[in-house]
Ligand binder design. Structure first.
Ligand code: ZN
Ligand code: ZN
Length: 241
């Protein structure tokens, strides 16, 4: 029961078509997959993209369960995401990710590493992250904490108990991202202890990535994390909305 629910096609910055990604996933032996292209609020191609994925869901239904998704970046300290709200009903899954750490007027850049006290960057990250956890539009926390690594923040400097409590309370799915090798061990350990449901994802941008990363996806899948029952999750989500 291997699956990969985070990858990109040439609808955004992936190099391959959805069909090529699907056929590679079938070749690997995945039973379930999602294509989750990056979107922006202004991405007018989303309806065509989701209609295309819907037709592929039908086409490949005897070989693999395909879900449609989007990856949307957190744009501000209030945890809002860079996706038009009309996109939500068109996809099965919304991945929320922090690519750049928001500040009151924009985002931190790498130049801020020397300019700003790290404490302030961490405070802003915590605010954006906690508010994303409260954002009902987000299903999956994609590559959690990856953005902090660019600022040299070590996990001992973070309130890990509070972070993992908030993740558990949010009921959101925590992604173990094998591409970024994130989150760190303590987040994984504490989250597993608190009953958070996990996903193992490759965040692939090419067929090659998908194949190479599948070894790690399979290895982590066998480690005994409580993995989300994604079929049930999507079914229940559709019933509620
Ligand atoms: Zn991302
Ligand atoms: Zn991604």
């Amino acid at each position: 029961m291997y699956m990969d629910l985070h990858m990109h096609s040439n609808y955004s910055d992936g190099k391959n078509t959805p069909e090529e990604m699907i056929e590679a996933a079938i070749g690997i032996g995945y039973e379930t997959m999602a294509i989750t292209d990056h979107v922006w609020r202004s991405s007018s191609w989303v309806p065509a993209y989701t209609a295309h994925l819907h037709s592929l869901k039908m086409k490949y239904r005897n070989q693999i369960q395909l879900y449609s998704g989007i990856e949307a970046k957190v744009v501000s300290l209030d945890g809002d995401i860079d996706a038009d709200p009309s996109f939500d009903a068109l996809v099965d899954l919304v991945l929320g990710s922090i690519h750049r750490i928001p500040k009151p007027d924009g985002y931190y850049s790498s130049a801020d590493v020397d300019r700003m006290p790290q404490r302030v960057i961490v405070e802003n990250w915590l605010e954006a992250f906690y508010r994303m956890l409260e954002n009902p539009r987000v299903d999956i926390i994609a590559h959690p904490l990856s953005e902090l690594k660019k600022f040299g923040v070590r996990e001992e400097e973070l309130p890990m108990t509070e972070i993992t409590d908030r993740i558990a309370d949010s009921g959101k799915i925590l992604e173990l991202n094998v591409r970024y090798n994130t989150p760190d061990q303590s987040v994984i350990r504490l989250s597993a202890h608190k009953g958070t449901a996990f996903l193992i994802s490759s965040d692939s941008h090419t067929v090659q990535d998908l194949i190479v990363n599948s070894r790690l996806v399979k290895e982590f899948t066998g480690k005994g994390f409580r993995l989300i029952d994604i079929h049930r999750y999507v079914r229940e989500k559709k019933t509620i909305s």
